[in-house]
Structures are given as C-alpha cells and as structure tokens.
Design a protein around this ligand. Sequence first.
Ligand code: NAD
Length: 269
Amino acid sequence: MAATTPRGRLQGKNAIITGAAGGIGLETSILFAREGANVLMADVSEPALAKALAKVKEVVPTAPRVESIRCDVSKESDVQAMVESQDSWGGMDVIFNNAGIMHADDADAIDTPERIWDLTHNINVKGVWFGSKHAVLSLRRHKKTRGSIINTASVVALVGAATPQLAYTASKGAVLAMTRELAIVHAREGYRFNALCPAPLNTPLLQDWLGDDKAKRHRREVHFPTGRFGEAIEQAHAVVFLASDESSFVNGTDFVVDGGMTKAYVTPE
Ligand code: NAD
C-alpha cells in the first residue's frame, strides 16, 4: 500500500481567530495550527498577542503558517484590514469571531453604567457583525463555495443567572440571534454560521474576577452536573469540529459546550 501523508482536519484552510491571545482563542489557535490550518491570530492587546504567537510557534513547530495582526474588533476598518490581509493567502475559509469582554462594572438593570453597556455591545455584538460581514465579502470575492463562521456567545444567552451582568448577557443573546439569521441568509452560498455557547470556564476572564472568594465560586460550581468549570481546550475542540468539513451539515446551531449545565435541574451532591 502506498504511504499516505497524514492530513490535518483543517489542512489547507485559512483561518482567522479574534481574541486569539485569550483563554479560548489561544487554545483554538494551537489546535487549528496542529490540524494544518494557516492561522491569523488577532487581538487588541499587542503584548499579549506577541506572547500568544510565540507560544503557538513553540508548541506547534510544524505549523504551516501562523501570523498575528492587531485588531480592535469594534472598529470596522481594523476588521476589514484583518480579513483582507488574508487575500494574499488565498482568502479566508474560517473565521472564529471570539473576542469579547465581561466588564467588572457590568451589573443589573439599575446599576449598569450606560458607558459599560455601550462598550460591551460595541465589542461583543458589533465586533461579531463586522467579522461576519467581512467574512462574507471575502468569501464572495474569492468565489468560495464553502466557509465556516463561528461566533462566540455564552450559556447566559440561554439561561438566566441571578448573578447579573446585564450588558454582557444581552450582548450574547444578540450574538446568538444574529448568528442564526446569518446562517439562514447565507446557507445557499455554502457559508455556515454557528454560535458557540461556552459555560463558565477556567480562563482569566472569569477566574480573575472570582479570585479566591470561595462562596462566589461555589455559587457557580454547584450548577455543574460535573461539579467543575470547563476548560478552554474543551471549547477549542468544539471549534475545530465547527470549522472543519466534518460539520458540513451543521448550520445555525447554538452549539452548547457546558458539561450539561443548561440541561440540569438538580445536580448531584
Ligand atoms: P479572555 O479574556 O481570556 O480573552 C479574550 C481576548 O479578547 C483577550 O485576549 C482580549 O485582549 C481580547 N479582546 C478584548 N477586546 C477586544 C477587542 N476590542 N478587539 C480584539 N480583541 C479583544 O476570555 P475567554 O475566556 O477566552 O473568552 C473568549 C470568548 O468566550 C469571549 O467572547 C467570552 O465572552 C466568551 N465566553 C467566555 C466564558 C468564560 O467563562 N471564560 C464563558 C462563556 C463565553
């Protein structure tokens, strides 16, 4: 039998990941590179991005092509430049619109400052719109008949939490609804849109905020059937599937990766 070259699940695909210096973004960049994708890592924080790029190159020395670009996803000109920078690679095939914030001053209906509402929505919602818009324009420009767009929402788009972050929750609900509509509008072009809904995770976004406050931590852990927070890598594995052609008939889903949290009523002791 002739020897076969092992092929990655994302071999030959040009992928963009926003928020690539953060918990989920970095793990996904590593897995994408391992699976043979050409990866463009984007983030607003240049120092964090430089560290993240070095990490991917260190752990995946065989990565075909990994580069980085500074991008503030709330600015359309930045997003356009990011997507168009892959024109010389042959155009993007996959974009993971993952950048998002959860601000410490986000609170309930009474106490959330309007400026925190606007900031959160500019990044979490407008950023995903810009990423989706320029992905469609690029896929069309390059006459691609397939494309996968994955947008990060959250389980708080599906279930209410008595620990309110109203601006964040509303922004993730918007991501979910927007992704669903985009999925239907562009289905006949072959462009798939899916929303990732992670449960609370062991990443700096949440863990820094929880600190060593045991009560605050327990308030959340008790809702997990598994009794633990999720890991960023567990989200990254789901994103590889959604990005790959293995998910060719998966479109418009609220792809929930939560250890069963949103399906639970009473959890084990
Ligand atoms: P993280 O804070 O570790 O990473 C987020 C990254 O986004 C950071 O590197 C940050 O610099 C970048 N970023 C922030 N504003 C940006 C902007 N304007 N433009 C470009 N990049 C920007 O967070 P994470 O846990 O990896 O979260 C990634 C996504 O997952 C977010 O959308 C978040 O809301 C969502 N999420 C996280 C959790 C969780 O518990 N960690 C749960 C559900 C959903």
